[in-house]
Design a protein around this ligand. Structure first.
Ligand code: FNR
Length: 190
């Protein structure tokens, strides 16, 4: 079977290092996993006024999350937390009340920063949000990427062997985690 992974990039910046990281992750991912970006930049700012009649952007965001077997979040840290554009998208997916699209979606959280802690505080905020939304998360390994332009090529190439094997290990564990959660949630499985 092929697993469909939807990925969210928490940055709208044209030269986003997290977009570069996403290319590197997809390049080292195991066979049988297909990656599709779920765009977040077209979503209006969420308001509960939309709940009565969700606009097309909100609907297609929710559908894309629901159609995915797993979600991969690749995001910068902004002011020691989740970038507003990404939190806005998650809020869209969580509503209208009773239709939370993230429920039971196996999720991985990773991010890159030029700084030393490599988005650790964003990831911890994100874990709290995803826990509330009942999304199972890959707990280990964690991946805090200190981004070095000498190591990551724009095309997703990785020139440092240790970094490359760390990223492929992360993707192997993420893939195995998605498969495990789907199997455990399959009908008939206790
Ligand atoms: C940052 N940056 C940053 N970095 C970090 O490690 N911790 C932080 O709290 C913040 N805060 C922050 C706030 C805002 C508003 C900006 C614009 C930037 C720096 C950030 O890691 C850097 O700009 C990355 O390049 C952002 O990732 P993308 O957009 O290149 O993927």
């Amino acid at each position: 079977a092929t697993y469909k992974i939807g990925y969210l990039i928490g940055s709208l910046a044209s030269g986003s290092i997290n977009r570069t990281l996403s290319k590197a992750l997809i390049r080292v991912a195991p066979e049988g996993f297909e990656f599709t970006e779920i765009p977040i930049g077209n979503l209006p700012l969420y308001s509960s006024d939309y709940d009565a009649d969700y606009p097309p952007e909100g609907r297609s965001f929710k559908e894309a999350v629901e159609d995915s077997d797993g979600i991969l979040i690749i995001s910068p840290e902004y002011n020691r937390s989740i970038p507003g554009v990404l939190k806005n998208a998650i809020d869209w997916g969580s509503r209208p009340w009773g239709t939370n699209s993230f429920a039971r979606k196996p999720t991985g959280i990773i991010g890159a920063s030029p700084g030393n802690i490599g988005t650790a505080v964003m990831q911890s905020s994100m874990r709290a949000v995803l826990s509330f939304l009942d999304a199972p998360q890959l707990n280990s390994p964690e991946a805090y990427v200190k981004f070095d332009r000498a190591v990551f090529g724009e095309d997703g190439s990785v020139s440092d062997e240790q970094t490359e094997s760390f990223l492929s290990h992360y993707m192997e564990e993420y893939a195995a985690f998605v498969a495990r959660v789907l199997a455990a949630d399959a009908p008939g499985h206790i």
